[in-house]
Ligand binder design. Structure first.
Ligand SMILES: *Cc1c(COP(=O)(O)O)cnc(C)c1O
Length: 465
């Protein structure tokens, strides 16, 4: 009894220590070579739990990436809120299989409540169905599976029974700057990436509406994007959905992080017309700052959503006796983690105003980055900073600057290729990032640039010698 208490208290203490010091720790580990050795060989005999945990934590702590801290600006990673982290620890301790209301009424009811709250916060139709999935990738797969069902059913084809062999062709129209996860979803769904007719992007990476008009010539799945992963750009949802309607197309919106703009009054204009789509994919672990793994698929056609996903169509109705939905009927998994707890906790911790404030603050910090970097000689911000993403060009060797910056441990940004150029990408999506973190990171960028310039002038001199 007390062994368990000591074990869990030790874990809580470790998590607390880690989170309290993460802002001061190097953002990226400088040496991960010892990890495998410390993990050891598969033991023949049992090991006391406390020893197991000590060994695990001691081995991996030096290799952790401080993406939950305030100066990690790579990819779009978020950073878990305190209540959401604690709720996720409870989810683990309670160990609930969130399949339906029989396997866990608690998980089913909390997910039901949190899903309704998410629709309110994101301005999605009240009647939309939802599934709590692993992330944006999972959410895109679910949305596109619902689309596949819906369009083929309309063409008289039962894809769940007959599969795609001999099915009427299904076209996908998507922006050329769509996220790579869309292509993987299409592969998994048997539609294949050759089904995609690409639509040209404009100078900021949103779809070119005139090209959409030219490309779409019949029923298809139209994939739109709220938040280009490089630029943060939004597609013009009102114009695009109007065109899609004329062709009886299904509109899927990949809004992994950008859909959260709908929760913020000063950013909401970018999402105008978004509620007219048929399915939406959003991440929890990015901008809602829920721990990994957490994402949400929403669908304006609950029957198509369920038909595409439910474990069996014949005897389960998706509803329990008390009207609570079966979470497992809206996702591709059966037994699954009770993901609703952490989401409910994040929404409760922040409230409507807190969510808006966090999203707006991240965007203000992105603009601060852009302003400060623009003021440096030889540094250019190449995108319109409409959201939280900043693309930076250096007059030197971008990859070398980024590598030097990453080595510094001060902050972490990645490099990307966009419109044929190597660039540094900054993403601000963590609740704990402050103006001081941005300023400190700008200084680190300046230092990394200086070291690149110095090493280049040394190389030039040795060339001349
Ligand atoms: C991150 C991202 C995804 C994939 O989401 P995961 O949570 O990594 O599965 C999809 N689309 C966009 C625009 C993204 O930024």
């Amino acid at each position: 009894m007390s062994e368990l208490r000591d074990l869990l208290a030790d874990v809580a203490a470790r998590v607390t220590r880690y989170r309290e010091s993460v802002a001061d720790a190097p953002v990226f580990p400088d040496d991960t070579t010892g990890v495998r050795e410390k993990l050891g060989e598969l033991p023949e005999k049992p090991t006391p739990p406390a020893d197991v945990i000590r060994r695990l934590a001691d081995a991996v702590e030096p290799a952790l990436v401080a993406n939950t801290g305030p100066r990690y600006f790579g990819f779009v990673t978020g950073g878990a809120l305190d209540a959401a982290t604690a709720a996720d620890m409870l989810a683990t301790g309670w160990d609930q299989p969130a399949f339906n209301q029989v396997t866990s009424p608690a998980a089913a009811i909390v997910e039901d409540v949190a899903g309704e709250w998410l629709k309110e916060v994101l301005g999605l139709p009240a009647g939309a169905s939802f599934g709590f999935v692993t992330g944006g990738q999972g959410a895109n797969t679910v949305g596109l599976a619902a689309a596949r069902h819906h369009l083929l059913a309309r063409a008289g084809w039962d894809v769940e029974r007959r599969g795609l062999q001999g099915a009427p062709p299904l076209r996908v129209v998507a922006g050329e700057e769509r996220h790579a996860s869309i292509d993987r979803s299409l592969r998994l769904l048997g539609l294949g990436t050759d089904a995609v007719r690409p639509v040209r992007a404009n100078g900021q990476g949103a779809i070119d509406i005139a090209d959409l008009e030219r490309t779409l010539d019949g029923p298809a799945i139209v994939c739109l994007q709220a938040g280009n992963v490089n630029t943060g750009a939004f597609d013009d949802f009102a114009a695009a959905t109007e065109i899609a309607r004329r062709h009886d197309a299904w509109v899927h919106v990949d809004g992994a992080f950008g859909l959260w703009a709908a929760a913020a009054p000063t950013l909401r204009r970018w999402t105008a017309g978004l509620d007219g789509a048929d399915s939406w994919a959003v991440d929890g672990h990015k901008w809602l700052n829920v721990p990994y793994d957490s994402g949400y698929a929403f669908c304006a056609h609950p029957e198509s959503h369920r038909a595409a996903m439910a474990v069996t169509a014949a005897y389960l109705t998706g509803q329990g006796a008390d009207g609570v939905r079966a979470p497992g009927d809206f996702v591709p998994e059966s037994s699954r983690r009770a993901r609703g707890f952490a989401t409910w906790a994040a929404l409760s911790e922040l409230g409507r105003e807190g969510i808006a404030e966090m999203v707006e603050r991240c965007c203000a910090l992105a603009r601060r980055f852009a302003g400060k970097l623009e003021a440096c000689e030889g540094v250019t911000v190449v995108n319109d900073v409409v959201l939280n993403q900043v693309l930076v060009a250096f007059d030197g060797d971008t990859d070398r600057v980024v590598e030097a910056l990453q080595r510094s441990g001060e902050c972490w940004m990645g490099a990307t290729t966009w419109h044929g150029r190597r660039l540094m990408r900054i993403s601000v999506s963590n609740w704990s990032t402050t103006e001081a973190d941005v300023d400190r990171s700008v200084e680190a960028i300046k230092a990394a640039r200086k070291s690149d310039q110095e090493s280049r002038s040394v190389e030039n001199r040795s060339h001349l010698a």
